[in-house]
Write a protein that binds this ligand. Structure first.
Ligand code: CA
Length: 243
């Protein structure tokens, strides 16, 4: 089975390609439920200088994507359809995604691309091409830098020191409360979806943390009464960027 997915062995790779791949060494999340296909992909990526995390379930993609610089996504996963996983993922992340699937029909391809896949490869994939495309989609992606200080009209946050000041007093927040405030303050004046906050603070946009989130948001509102956090029903929350 492992030979089916790789139509060209890595050792036949030209020097230029090998150098290109090594220069772009990255951590890749491989979502593939077939053990031998996954092993072949992981081993090939490893020989090209990349490190991998392999998962077989779509729900694990949503838990592990934050550690990776790119995702190879099979569409037939153990628990969910890969296209549904992609839709949920795109709510919270712009990580480069290459769909690697046996589904070669035009409808699946168009659907994956319109849901936000950066590229689409039909199995059996050609290894040189996969590695080159991986480098290409990653090169185009520049994740936003994490700010170390955040200022809104009312609020001053030192992200590294984990200190929050409002109206000339320092407020003690728990890690989750702090995470919610940072998530909202980074996009003050715009609506932040509940899924994005859950993903950033709990590392899981669609899990059972949802109830716990309401409790923590209530605490934030109580501890920082000067802030106006508007609930946008059915979508998320907006930290008003004015006193
Ligand atoms: Ca599969």
């Amino acid at each position: 089975m492992s030979t089916e997915i790789l139509t060209s062995p890595l050792h036949s790779m030209g020097r230029a390609t090998r150098t290109l791949c090594l220069r772009w060494s990255m951590h890749v999340l491989v979502a593939e439920d077939d053990g031998s296909v996954a092993a072949a992909l992981v081993s090939a990526l490893g020989r090209a200088g990349h490190t991998c995390t392999r998962v077989a379930r779509g729900s694990d993609v949503l838990l592990r994507h934050r550690d990776a610089q790119a995702l190879l996504l099979d569409l037939g996963l153990e628990d969910r359809d890969g296209l549904d996983v992609l839709r949920d993922l795109r709510e919270v992340s712009q990580i480069p995604v290459i769909v690697v699937t046996a589904r070669g029909d035009e409808r699946s391809t168009v659907r994956a691309l319109s849901l936000g896949a950066d590229d689409y490869l039909v199995k059996p994939v050609r290894l040189h091409e996969l590695l080159a495309r991986l480098v290409a989609v990653t090169r185009r992606y520049n994740p936003p830098a994490e700010p170390t200080r955040l200022e809104t009209a009312a609020l001053s946050i030192d992200v590294d020191a984990r200190r929050v000041r409002i109206a000339d007093r320092e407020v003690g927040l728990t890690p989750n409360e702090f995470g919610i405030v940072v998530s909202l303050a980074r996009r003050a004046g715009t609506v932040v979806s509940r899924a994005v906050i859950l993903d950033e603070v709990w590392g899981d946009a669609y899990a059972a943390s949802s109830r716990s989130f309401d409790v923590h948001l209530g605490q934030v509102r109580q501890k920082l009464p000067e802030l106006t956090i508007t609930t946008v029903r059915g979508f998320g929350y907006r930290l008003e960027d004015a006193v």
